[in-house]
Design a binder for this molecule. Structure first.
Ligand code: ADP
Ligand code: MG
Length: 287
């Protein structure tokens, strides 16, 4: 897949060209599509949205697995209730317990669907007053089923008080979700390369220094591929097979961090396996 944009016809005339399957014989691409976007902002929104949808694709199996659990419990409770009815003179209390279980599991399934569709939606992502703890908690809650399914221990350490920052909420959660997804993928890479028995660990940490809040996502995966050490943040830079990686995650993350005046970096861990992604959010004086 190749994608590029140009913006020189008019000040804000942006195009997005997506071409795939290069045929060396005819020196041409087999499929292509050109999208004209109204503004540069529309390009960015589209790009972020695509990156988010691709992340969701990667998580689909874990999410549907999580949905199967409440559905199973609901069907079991309903069947039991039916049996009690068919056997005549059902015990009121037992029947009530079955219905309560059904209601509670429907709520659980609903929460899963809502979280997922909120993540899939394109919405305006205006800045809101928030602290990073909320974003980390939302992203961690969203990714929890994926981590459980992939046998990874996700540890989140958040200080009790944090400054309130003005940030694009969806964008920040997207950064954290992508970081968690990348960390999990890297743990899989390490497992595939022989260390199959390792316990996967991802630590999410927030710390504060004099003029910034630092958010780190540290994993014990395979570490950075030496071939992409300087290009990991470029669009379409990926070491993952097609269908799994897009190479848009870190690119979009850096765009968002640039917009909020922060910075983003990734490096191998100094004295252990794996890598750490660091986000730095400046805190303006006086809050
Ligand atoms: N935690 C990590 N550990 C090792 N490599 C990483 C990590 N995060 C990102 N990378 C590398 O950076 C590349 C680009 O990441 P990203 O932009 O999110 O795209 P994608 O995940 O679709 O490949 C990944 O393919 C991977 O090689
Ligand atoms: Mg990624």
């Amino acid at each position: 897949m190749v994608e590029f944009r140009r913006g020189h016809d008019h000040d804000d005339q942006w195009y997005l060209l997506i071409a795939r399957d290069y045929d060396a014989g005819t020196a041409s691409w087999r499929y292509g599509c050109l999208i004209r976007l109204r503004t540069a902002k529309a390009f960015q929104t589209q790009m972020r949205h695509s990156a988010r949808l691709m992340e969701l694709g990667g998580m689909a199996s874990a999410l549907s697995h999580e949905l199967r659990q409440p559905l199973f419990t609901i069907s079991l409770a309903a069947e039991n209730g039916l049996m009690l009815l068919q056997n005549g003179q059902p015990d009121q209390e037992r029947m009530a317990a079955k219905f309560e279980r059904i209601v509670e599991q429907v709520e659980r399934a609903n929460a899963i669907v809502q979280r997922t569709s909120a993540y899939a939606r394109t919405e305006r992502d205006e800045r809101v007053a928030m602290d990073l703890a909320q974003a980390v908690q939302n992203a961690a809650r969203f990714m929890r089923p994926v981590m459980t399914e992939r046998d990874i221990d996700m540890q989140v350490v958040i200080p009790s008080t944090l400054p309130i920052l003005s940030l694009p909420r969806i964008g920040i959660e997207q950064i954290i979700v992508n970081a968690l997804q990348n960390a999990a993928d890297s743990i899989d890479t390490r497992r595939e390369s022989g260390a199959c028995g390792i316990m996967g660990v991802i630590k999410v940490d927030i710390q504060q220094d004099a003029d910034a809040v630092l958010l780190t996502v540290c994993d014990n995966g395979a570490g950075l591929d030496p071939g992409i050490r300087n290009t990991a943040f470029n669009a379409f830079c990926t070491t993952k097979p097609e269908g799994k990686g897009t190479g848009l995650g870190l690119f979009v993350c850096r765009q968002i961090m640039d917009e909020v005046g922060g910075s983003i970096a990734i490096a191998d861990n100094a004295d252990s396996a794996g890598a750490t992604l660091t986000l730095r959010f400046p805190v303006s004086e006086g809050g």
